[in-house]
Design a protein around this ligand. Structure first.
Ligand SMILES: [Zn+2]
Length: 430
């Protein structure tokens, strides 16, 4: 017995009707009515699959399929079903529904030795509150959630802590009437939602690639080796504002012209890294005074540097910092360089990668090994338990857009490899 692509396709369609947008996309932002409705549907599917779902205090939904051998470790899989604004139907959803489908298949076959936990992480996407991604998985992993994050507000000025408290029902609850209470209660809930990973042998997440690599390589499955992490720099370039008509070219200290050179250096250096291990982007530019007839006097840039290879990222960051300082010195402009974040990439577990490998071989699948450029819940769980991920192709590499697409065959293939990987991991307990 194998996972049913038809059943998965039906569930994906059904879920995409909740929060459907006029552009044909889906908006099911975390902790909204749509999110709750979607997760209620998922809870029903978990029960139909033979799982016993339970919700933790912050809203993560955990379905359990008890193991056959007392004392055997636990296996876990899952993903998220919240979306960005006007999203596609597949990001997170494929992995979540495939995990439930795998549980159904395993339940029908009499279960595993290990207990299986199928986890729906709450608020993976950071779109609604603009806080860090993977709130639910960080809470379960016991990773830090800052006060600042809990104080984050959505566009309607709703506090994140309040949205968490309103899980129980949509009527305003007198207990959480004040934001201060909501914050205090949420801090308690976060503490109480920390999951005990000590008996977990492995966590596996199936996800769409959200990039073009698998499609280009013509491979149906990607075995994810690592998840890239960002280093972010803030540059402040101090030039000299002056009249654009009266200042000769050789007497200028144009902050924007210097910034332009720096932006190109960021791109050129990343493109030159012959191993292609680093991607780097200047996504933010602020120019002052931004006036037609004034030489720009002050520019701020933000640089986003990502790699799954910590050493390569360090070398790039050091080299680009030197280049930026050299450009500033040559143009006689001031430069202030601040590191905003410097996160360590996550490397996945050899045990889990090995199990996915064997699952692919058993199915005659030629998989591709690749790092993930995007963050996922699995990257947080990897900090506390052996973790791995597998990708299926995304058509055109498009994601976070209504055009996002993976075929039913590709999804079915991913689900088959997922269930087989769980069986391989279960065997390790013998
Ligand atoms: Zn996702």
């Amino acid at each position: 017995m194998t996972p049913s692509p038809a059943c998965l396709a039906r569930q994906i369609e059904q879920l995409s009707e909740i929060g459907r947008t006029v552009q044909g996309g889906v908006s099911r932002l975390a902790f909204t009515r749509e999110d709750m409705a979607g997760r209620a549907l998922l809870r029903g599917w978990m029960q139909e699959a033979g799982l016993e779902p339970e919700r933790d205090p912050v809203g993560n939904l955990i379905g359990t399929l008890p193991g056959n051998r007392p004392g055997a470790p636990t296996l876990a899989c899952g993903s998220h079903i919240d979306t960005v604004v006007n999203a596609g139907k597949y990001d997170g959803i494929v992995g979540m529904l495939a995990a439930v489908e795998c549980a159904r298949v395993l339940h029908k076959q009499g279960g595993l030795n290990c207990t299986l936990k199928v986890i729906n992480f709450v608020m993976e996407e950071s779109s609604r509150f603009g806080a860090g991604y993977g709130f639910g998985s960080r809470v379960m992993a016991g990773l830090p959630i800052s006060k600042q994050e809990l104080f984050a507000r959505d566009r309607s000025k709703v506090l994140l802590a309040r949205a968490v408290q309103e899980l129980e029902g949509w009527e305003t609850n007198s207990r959480i009437a004040t934001e201060r209470t909501a914050l205090r209660e949420t801090e308690k809930d976060i503490e109480n939602s920390r999951f005990d990973w000590s008996s977990v042998r492995a966590f596996v997440e199936l996800h769409i690639e959200q990039g073009p690599v698998l499609e280009r390589a013509g491979k149906p499955i990607g075995i994810v080796t690592a998840v890239a992490a960002p280093t972010r720099l803030h540059l402040e370039i101090a030039g000299e504002s002056n009249h654009s008509g009266t200042t000769p070219m050789d007497l200028r200290h144009d902050a924007l012209a210097a910034a332009a050179e720096m932006i190109l250096a960021v791109e050129t250096l990343a493109a030159q890294s012959d191993t292609r291990k680093v991607v780097a982007t200047v996504g933010v530019i602020q120019n002052e005074p931004n006036v037609m007839n004034v030489i720009p006097g002050r520019v701020e840039l933000r640089v986003d540097i990502r790699s799954a290879d910590a050493a390569a990222k360090r070398v790039y960051t050091e080299t680009i910092t030197e280049s930026i300082r050299a450009i500033a010195a040559r143009r006689a402009v001031g430069i202030e360089l601040t590191t905003l974040t410097d996160e360590t990439p996550v490397t996945f577990s050899d045990t889990v990668i090995g199990a996915i490998e064997r699952a692919c071989v058993a199915r005659g699948i030629d998989a591709l090994y690749l790092p993930s450029g995007a963050g996922h819940d699995a990257a947080h769980i990897a900090r506390v338990a052996p973790t791995g991920m597998l990708f299926i192709p995304s058509r055109g590499g498009i994601s976070h857009d209504p055009r996002e697409f993976s075929s039913s065959d590709e999804i079915g293939c991913g689900a088959e490899v997922l269930v087989k990987s769980l069986v391989e991991l279960d065997k390790l307990s013998d």
